[in-house]
Write a protein of this length. Structure first.
Length: 272
């Protein structure tokens, strides 16, 4: 028997009788629930199913809460239009009035303005104190000897030798009459090995809050920092560079810089 096709009117009537999508989904879910629950539990289904929240229980949305719509507006400007107000440098730069009012402007007078008598007396006292603590016989250091010791070190910086003992050498090529006449080599070596700036007996321990790695140099560093600020006022433009002080001994302050001419030593920052 040949298959009979529906006419247009019959197909339209059948299409209208079909349930909508929402009704079909609800009916299918209801039928699935009815099949899953046994007949004995149908009466208790109201207690098992959670209550459906009403419209009044819906979460209230705070419109004032931070969100994408409440991001503050940021206005970007070109770099050339940015306003930077830097105050004009009107301070005086150069030697202070204390230096300008000196009666004598010789190198010795300028040196004494930086290394005052107070710091020199402190160095002499601490050096003799350290020598006394060692318990050996010694000739006390005097302030005049300390001045000569510092002058010799400045002269050695201008005329460098492989060893400081070469300045007292009997060889005419190495011998320096100015340095050898100022002080004997034995006295210079003694001062060099006993020179102290601070008392070791009251040095704070490493676990102490007042521990200072530069404790032994702190009096001189503090004094020079104060005197430099008092004797000279810097200008507007400053250039700071790092340099290395050669040192191969054992110290926690020693650094290793493989790309520097002096690879091991103390790194300091100085004005160029």
């Amino acid at each position: 028997m040949p298959k009979r096709f529906l006419s247009a009117d019959e197909a339209l009537l059948l299409f209208n009788e079909l349930p909508s999508d929402n009704d079909s989904e609800v009916s299918s879910e209801d039928s699935a629930d009815e099949e899953a629950l046994p007949q004995s539990d149908l009466g208790e289904s109201e207690d098992v199913l959670p209550p459906i929240p009403s419209d009044s229980d819906e979460e209230v949305i705070d419109v004032d809460a931070p969100g994408p719509s409440n991001i503050p507006e940021v206005k970007w400007v070109r770099k050339g239009k940015a306003r930077t107000e830097v105050p004009d440098f009107i301070e005086y730069s150069g030697p202070s009035e204390e230096i300008l009012e000196l009666d004598d402007h010789s190198p010795l007078a300028l040196f004494l303005a930086l290394f005052s008598i107070s710091i020199m007396e402190s160095i002499v006292f601490q050096t003799n104190l350290y020598s006394t603590q060692k318990g050996k016989n010694f000739s006390p250091l005097t302030q005049n000897e300390l001045y000569r010791f510092l002058a010799i070190n400045l002269a050695m910086g201008l005329k460098k030798m492989p060893s400081y003992r070469d300045y007292w050498s009997s060889c005419e090529i190495l011998h320096d009459s100015y340095i050898s006449k100022a002080m004997s080599v034995k006295r210079f070596a003694w001062i060099l090995s006993h020179l102290h700036l601070n008392d070791n007996t009251v040095q704070p321990k490493r676990e102490d809050a007042l521990f200072d790695k530069l404790y032994k140099l702190r009096p001189l560093l503090s004094h020079l920092s104060e005197r430099f600020l008092s004797a000279f006022r810097p200008s507007k433009c400053q250039s700071i560079d790092e340099s290395m002080v050669k040192f191969k001994g054992r110290s926690s302050l020693k650094q290793y810089m493989p790309k520097k001419p002096i690879k091991r030593g103390y790194k300091i920052l100085d004005k160029v």
